[in-house]
Design a protein around this ligand. Sequence first.
Ligand code: KG4
Ligand code: ZN
Length: 354
Amino acid sequence: MIVLGIESSCDETAIAIIKSEQEKSVLKKEILSHVILSQIDEHKKFGGVFPEVASRLHLENIGLVFDEAIQKSGISLNEIDAIAATCGPGLIGSVVVGASFGKGLALSLNKPFISVNHLLGHALMSRFIYDDLEFPYLLFLASGGHSIIGILKSPTEFIKLGGTIDDSAGECFDKVARMLDLPYPGGPNIEKIAEFGDETRFNFPIPLNNKSCNLSFSGLKTAVLYQVQELKKQKSALTVQDKADIAASFQKTVAEVFRKKITNAKRVSLELLKEYEISSVVLSGGVAANKKIRSVIESFAAKNKYKCYIPPLKLCTDNGAMIAWAGTEIFRINPKINDISTDIIKEHIFNQKK
Ligand code: KG4
Ligand code: ZN
């Protein structure tokens, strides 16, 4: 089976082609091509993603990205079995570009179109990489727009245990980075300067430090802002070391939030969902690229005898392979699927309120 996946929900125009084949008990999978065109340089000057610019750039580039993906894959168009595209959540103008391109392609090739939820793409990415990752698993999904904890039972069933009540983890990294005059995207830049910072210098509060699986990041963001203002009052500008210390102390606090919340999720899942045998934990989304946060989840897993799965760094952030792979998983469950006539934005399993 060959599935082409299109991702255009934010600032990456990405297309990947994934081939999968059942060989005895093993599903063999291979990325035939993967082209990502990042718009980051265009958005840097605005300090974040400028939605109108993003959709225009997707429109300009999607044809080029598609041509390159096909050429690099070495396959011909009629070998593709299905077209998958991100159909939300994301910047609506950007989502519409990729989804419409995908629908047009599916119609012209007379192949099914598969609507993929962007978060499901992140949530399933580890199943592409690790053959032994089976459902159900404990999922901590932390991206620029979302932070969700729950149990993924299948590509179509999710039990939400908690989510953010205000900012997402990635958004908090981005906003704190802006306070420190670091360029967009904030996460990797905070991580970079945190390396030479003292994480014990500032004591930031742990938000929603209770037994729930819900998350909150806006209070932490404000605490960092007050600290920055305080230091600026004392000496007019932050030194390079001040910034590194703030970044390290902030990153340590976020990592501690992750540790506490995944521990809560384990307890809640044991209490409420006794019927599920959960033995795996998955960290996914852009924030999963953070080494400190990865190590916190890894040590939680080791301590609690869970198997831990985190995609390699470059597959944590938005990419086309996650959409091609989610499309493949959906298509394998439901080979008759065709979302060509359904609305681009529809209800999805991560939508539940909690
Ligand atoms: O999943 P993603 O690529 O896009 C969305 O679906 O939103 O996540 C992007 C987010 C951004 O907020 C970015 O700052 C954050 O992931 N991020 C990181 C790191 N790399 C990306 N946060 C912390 N540490 C990183 N190394
Ligand atoms: Zn994403």
